[in-house]
Design a protein around this ligand. Structure first.
Ligand code: ZN
Length: 124
């Protein structure tokens, strides 16, 4: 593979926050890649594959799979003889470092609910 192609791939990966380094020896390229899966030390062909897969994964929008309920915002209000609240749940996604919107929270809860209600096979 051409050095320029590899350089472009590495540049793209670094821009996406993937730690990687190219090691060149006698015209053979090897990659040192650190990503969420762990650290890879790979020769050209498999290194390129790992990088491409990782780049693809990072480009995908975060599904906030590991988001957690971290607290509440808002409170109770009293106005014109009526009590109301604007209490909202706060969910934080450690994967992308963002707080989820109410819409995203609702969607995530729906998904979690679907996941835990898998119908069991009857034992006979
Ligand atoms: Zn996320």
């Amino acid at each position: 593979m051409k050095k320029s192609v590899i350089d472009r791939l590495v540049k793209k990966a670094i821009a996406l926050g993937i730690e990687c380094q190219v090691i060149e020896s006698d015209g053979i390229h090897a990659f040192a890649i650190r990503c969420e899966e762990g650290t890879h030390l790979a020769l050209e062909e498999s290194g390129v594959k790992i990088l491409q897969r990782e780049i693809k994964r990072r480009k995908r929008p975060c599904r906030h799979e590991n988001a957690e309920h971290v607290g509440y915002t808002g409170g109770y209000h009293f106005y014109a003889g009526e009590v109301w609240d604007d209490i909202r749940e706060e969910w934080y996604c450690p994967q992308c470092g963002r707080y989820l919107s109410q819409k995203q929270i609702a969607r995530l809860k729906q998904r979690l609910y679907e996941k835990t209600t898998v119908t069991e096979e009857p034992p006979f």
